[in-house]
Write a protein that binds this ligand. Structure first.
Ligand SMILES: [Zn+2]
Length: 328
């Protein structure tokens, strides 16, 4: 009986599991992602894969492949991480697929974490049976993935789907990606926290700051949404803007791709669910009505299990894609 190793490398946590070919998670592991030297990040990943390999052996299961999702640009065809991996810079330009398959003797694949998550949801989850499926991942950063007509759209070098870096404010602030006014500046957890920290500096008596225990550095996206719900003006204006930007982002996705299902997921989404009506109301103001009417939009909180399953889905997807007489 075979099993697949699926790993999600997050900015703070690495999660890996043994996943059945049917998408069931049999074993799961977690470890902190080292923020230091490249070799430590790769080393931690190798340790995790090795540990999962021994657990598989102990269960009498044969590992048929390993798939890894990375929070940044990845050339999945070559299995090489690109230069922009803001949350885990140690992985930049590492030929990760080759390193993994050389070490463990199994086929290994690497892709952007939103792509792996989308493949998992499309094969086993909310996007199952959808011919076109778009994922928007809203966590520390904002990522995205596009599946159209049964195919993951990667673009020329594998860098497609980066909805977080779509400019939504032409005169907006510079972004770490090199652009400016990017959607992620108004929606990503890290960006929201940074902006709130800056704003409470001028309002030391705000409810937002009180909710963070008086420490501006302790403000998170969750604190901001909670403070807005409690009537804090600073937090409310940020939530208002986040809802509007996400509504516009959904409209860009809907107008540009006319997808059947859009899934918005990630660490910030728990906070977005209570304001879902406001987000959809903005989406209706920006999107083409006919296109939006045919799209099902789901907001779902982040879940590491889904991410691990995504790593395994990448293995299944790549195996069948590369085996096809005309690989797409
Ligand atoms: Zn950007």
């Amino acid at each position: 009986v075979t099993v697949i190793i699926g790993v999600d490398v997050g900015g703070t946590t690495m999660s890996g599991g043994l996943v059945s070919p049917g998408g069931e998670i049999l074993t799961a592991l977690r470890a902190p992602t080292p923020r230091t030297a490249p070799e430590e990040v790769v080393g931690r990943l190798m340790e995790m894969v090795a540990e999962l390999g021994s657990r598989a052996a102990a269960l009498g299961l044969v590992v048929s492949g390993a798939g890894v999702g990375v929070p940044g640009l990845v050339n999945a065809q070559r299995g090489v991480v690109g230069g922009l991996v803001i949350l885990v810079p140690g992985l930049a330009r590492i030929p990760l697929a080759e390193r993994l398959s050389a070490e463990f003797g199994v086929p290994a694949f690497v892709d952007n974490d939103a792509n792996t998550l989308a493949l998992g949801e499309w094969m086993f989850g909310l996007g199952r049976d959808a011919a076109s499926f778009v994922l928007l991942a809203v966590g520390s950063g904002v990522g995205g993935a596009v599946i159209l007509d049964g195919r993951l759209i990667r673009g020329k070098d594998g860098y497609a789907g980066e909805f977080g870096h779509i400019p939504v404010e032409l005169a907006g602030p510079p972004c770490r990606c090199g652009g400016r006014g990017c959607l992620c500046a108004y929606l990503a957890g890290a960006a929201l926290a940074g902006e709130a920290k800056r704003r409470v500096g001028a309002s030391p008596h705000s409810r937002l700051l009180a909710l963070a225990g008086g420490d501006p550095g302790a403000i998170t996206a969750e604190t901001i949404f909670a403070a807005a719900a409690a009537g804090d003006d600073i937090a409310e204006s940020m939530v208002q803007q986040a809802c509007r930007v996400l509504g516009a982002g959904l409209a860009m996705i809907v107008n540009g791709l006319n997808p059947e299902v859009v899934m918005v997921t990630g660490g910030v989404v728990e906070s977005l669910i209570p304001v879902q009506d406001r987000i959809l109301s903005w989406a209706r103001q920006y999107a083409l009505a006919d296109s939006l009417a045919g799209t099902r939009i789901h907001l779902v909180g982040g879940d590491k299990g889904r991410s691990m399953r995504g790593g395994a889905a990448l293995v299944l997807y790549e195996r069948s894609r590369r085996a096809s007489p005309t690989p797409r």
